[in-house]
Design a protein around this ligand. Structure first.
Ligand code: MD3
Ligand code: FE
Length: 214
């Protein structure tokens, strides 16, 4: 069913050449290690609802690992080497994260990919991410690898302009997506997470985004 959605010919046609490669269930064999490492990172740097520059708390709770972490507050969006909440460096990037990202990027046809930052997003039912571009990284030539865990979300894949009507792509537990080339600066977001229950993660969706930030 889910696979049928992903490989629905019209969706597949629409995605061709857009710089997006979906690797269904690619992370499943890494599941146990990934979940243990997410737990370790979250003990050192707890999930928190960051403030948008406009002063609203985000519905998605976030933390980071690696040499830089993505943050937002009243002064804007940026990467920071220290967790502002503890004033200590973010937890180190687990080898399992970097290794999975490198293998996924290679499978999608990119060369060597060595991420230095991983943003970890935690969604509960109702949490969403409105359409945005990712422009805080130094080199837009580097791909981004995302790993979805837990409840299935509807990813919104827009165009070059915010007003372009987005495609809806279901992303389920273990799905990995590599975004690069022409897709790197597209508008994208996540529809409000529907209620549900996942056997490993319960009422949550966790998304890892692995990036070369610096
Ligand atoms: C497409 N996160 O953290 S991951 C984000 O599911 C973000 O939590 C979403 O958008 C999530 O910025 C989507 C997939 C993703 C990440 C970066 C992209 C897709 C992207 C950058 C450019 C184009
Ligand atoms: Fe994004």
């Amino acid at each position: 069913m889910r696979t049928a959605d992903l490989f629905d010919t019209s969706l597949a046609d629409a995605l061709r050449g857009s710089g997006l490669t979906v690797l269904p269930r690619f992370a499943l064999s890494f599941e146990q290690g990934l979940l243990e490492e997410v737990g370790r990172v979250a003990r050192e740097a707890p999930f928190r609802h960051m403030m948008t520059p406009g002063g609203q708390p985000m519905s998605v709770a976030m933390t980071n690992c690696g040499t830089a972490g993505w943050v937002t507050d009243r002064s804007g969006y940026r990467y920071e080497p220290l967790d502002p909440q503890s004033a200590r460096p973010w937890p180190t990037m687990p080898h399992a994260f970097a290794s999975l990202a490198g293998q996924a990027a290679a499978r999608a046809g990119f060369g060597t990919f060595e991420p230095d930052a991983c943003l970890i997003n935690c969604y509960v039912p109702g949490a969403r991410m409105s359409l945005h571009q990712d422009r805080d990284e130094r080199d837009f030539g580097e791909p981004i690898v995302s790993v979805s865990l837990g409840l299935t979300a509807t990813f919104l894949w827009g165009g070059a302009r915010r007003a372009d009507r987005p495609l809806r792509i279901p992303l389920s537990h273990g799905d990995v997506v590599v975004w690069g080339g022409p897709g790197r600066l597209m508008f994208h977001g996540v529809a409000p997470l529907p209620d549900g229950w996942h056997e490993r993660l319960g009422r949550r969706r966790i998304n890892l985004t692995l990036r070369r930030a610096l």
